[in-house]
Design a protein around this ligand. Structure first.
Ligand code: DGY
Length: 322
């Protein structure tokens, strides 16, 4: 019998990550990549020392309370950990870690893609070409918005927010931001700080949301706040769907108050997103691809493994969040 710790790996991981897991641990893999129910998770956790989950598994207070006591840690393959009730984890003595930094570039790229796609009507145009509905070219055909030189507003100037702002500067955009605390000047890189979300919004030709999903940020972008954006603004979300009030956003897109939105994350994703989004031409929709590059997914896996390694060698994991 091996004395290597037993790790429940809830989803199929990149090959290199699974190889390292197999070398250093006794992993229980999920080769079919099936999404486990809460009951299955608890059953599979029997005899397990730690779990390596994704944001697709929900660790509510109830699930955490039912986990076997042998489970010491949830080493997430994600930077977001809103799928874990961290207070319940603390109460049970479970260590929780995430994977920051390694996905900032990839997520920033998707934010910029969403901004451009929304501004230049990319998804609408692409569908038109595929459906053989492209009949003509004219000076007034499918005119979008130029984003160069416009104002780029960031809510949540953490790692991803800062990288995205840096990319936006390459388009000569003037960066404005709101964050719970103002950044040091060297991290601001000239971005203009606003003390409240309400102060920020009138300065955003493009608003990009990068704050974590917490009790405070749920529904943050609501009807009242959307009304503070300039007419024809663009809203981009790569954070979590819950930060945006879908009905309010859809109304603003339908009424023309907003020019467009680019969304990578949704309430109810993947199966139960608001169906009205599908009927709107002025939304650019992606299926939660923020961190979906080979390099980044390897990086996330290795980061989760670094955290596991620290825990099982008696050290403090670098990315402990609870
Ligand atoms: C994250 O890391 O939080 C991404 O949303 C993928 O889970």
């Amino acid at each position: 019998m091996s004395d290597k710790p037993v790790i429940l790996v809830t989803r199929k991981l990149p090959d290199l990550v699974e190889a390292r897991l197999a070398r250093d641990y006794q992993p229980i893999f999920n080769p079919d990549d099936r999404l486990y129910s809460a009951d299955e998770l608890i059953e599979l956790a029997d005899g397990v020392d730690a779990i390596l989950p994704c944001h697709t598994e929900k660790f509510s207070a109830d699930v955490i309370a039912r986990l076997p006591d042998r489970v010491r840690a949830l080493c997430n393959f994600s930077v977001g950990y809103d799928h874990v009730d961290t207070q319940a984890a603390i109460n049970k003595g479970l260590i929780v870690t995430n994977t920051p930094d390694v996905l900032s570039d990839a997520t920033a790229e998707i934010a910029i893609l969403l901004m451009l796609g929304a501004a230049r009507r990319a998804s609408e145009g692409e569908r038109m070409v595929r459906a053989q509905k492209w009949k003509d070219w004219s000076p007034t055909f499918m005119v979008g918005q130029q984003i160069s030189g416009k104002r780029f507003g960031v809510i949540g100037m953490g790692r991803v927010g800062r990288v995205t702002a840096r990319r936006a500067r390459a388009f000569d955009m003037e960066v404005h931001y709101y964050n719970r605390t103002r950044l040091d000047q060297d991290l601001e890189c000239g971005a203009l700080y606003h003390e409240t979300v309400e102060d920020l919004l009138p300065h955003c030709d493009v608003l990009s949301v990068h704050c974590p999903a917490t009790a405070e940020t749920m529904g943050l972008i609501n009807r009242e706040r959307l009304a503070l954006l300039p007419k024809n603004a663009i809203v981009v979300n790569t954070a979590r769907g819950g930060v945006i009030d879908d009905e309010a956003l859809i109304e603003a897109l339908v009424s023309g108050a907003l020019f467009a939105a680019g969304l990578d994350v949704f309430n109810g994703e993947p199966q139960n997103i608001n169906p009205r989004y599908r009927d709107l031409d002025n939304v650019f929709l992606l299926p939660h691809l923020g961190s979906a590059t080979g390099e980044t997914r390897d990086g996330m896996g290795f980061r989760a493994l670094d955290n596991l390694d620290a825990i099982f060698s008696g050290q403090e994991p670098g990315d402990r969040v609870a």
